[in-house]
Design a protein around this ligand. Structure first.
Ligand code: SAH
Length: 224
């Protein structure tokens, strides 16, 4: 993969990053930890060079294979809801994509386990995190709807692709003591971001807001 510029994309970068942070605050993001993680994570290395000048706009960006790097507001909102004002040890992420959300999580929790179904996306994400010296993450190529049983239970599960209903395997891999899952659920034109909190065998659900994510698909893609 070509060399990446981690430090910044010139003088405008720091200013535009601060503008993004102010915008997230104006949109209701309160967690200082989440805002700091976004402030200190160079989003431009997670997209193609041709798009890097747009990396600090509050917008979703294409990452190839018909997939998108989520809008910063959504990354912030999901991460804040996942943490719930506390701290988490181990988090499962479904949909590594560019690795941007993985990098944000890695700054805020002890250990991140991230699953992706498209090999070339995950290979690039792995390389980016290595360049950023992020070492508390583990990656797996598989259909994330079945979770990662050998490393369960998880304090948190964050899902970046939308199933039409809550995957039972993911529910069962949440810690019974307050495990939290943030997940978009629904059909393409009607999805809700949902927070699920597990208490023993009870699963409380709270709808957070309408969202638009790529669908959760089955099977893996290894050769492209
Ligand atoms: N969090 C990512 C967003 C990626 S978009 C980022 O910050 O860039 C959603 C990702 O979910 C895509 O990369 C897509 O390939 C992946 N995905 C979709 N269905 C999946 C599944 N069943 N298992 C694992 N990954 C899946």
């Amino acid at each position: 993969m070509r060399a990446m510029n981690i430090d910044g994309i010139g003088m405008t970068s720091q200013r535009t990053r601060e503008r993004l942070i102010r915008r997230l605050i104006a949109q209701g993001i309160k967690s200082r930890g989440v805002l700091d993680a976004i402030r200190t994570t160079p989003r431009h290395i997670f997209v193609d060079e041709a798009l890097s000048h747009r990396a600090y706009e509050d917008t979703a960006l294409p990452i190839g294979h018909n997939q998108t790097l989520s809008q910063p507001y959504i990354v912030a909102r999901m991460t804040e809801a996942l943490l719930g004002g506390g701290s988490l040890n181990n988090v499962l992420e479904i949909g590594t994509g560019s690795g941007y959300q993985t990098a944000i999580l890695a700054k805020l929790v002890k250990r991140v386990y991230s699953i992706e179904r498209i090999k070339s996306l995950q290979d690039k994400a792995r390389e980016r995190l290595r360049l950023l010296s992020v070492f508390n993450t583990q990656f797996k190529m598989s259909d994330g709807s079945t979770g990662w049983a050998s490393t369960a239970p998880f304090d948190g599960i964050l899902v970046a692709a939308a199933p039409t209903k809550l995957p039972v395997d993911l529910l069962s891999q949440l810690s019974p003591e307050g495990g939290r899952m943030v997940i978009p659920v629904g059909e393409a034109d009607h999805q809700e971001l949902v927070l699920v909190i597990r208490d023993g065998e009870r699963f409380r659900q709270k709808k957070l807001e309408p969202v638009r994510f790529v669908p959760m698909l089955s099977g893996v893609i290894r050769d492209c």
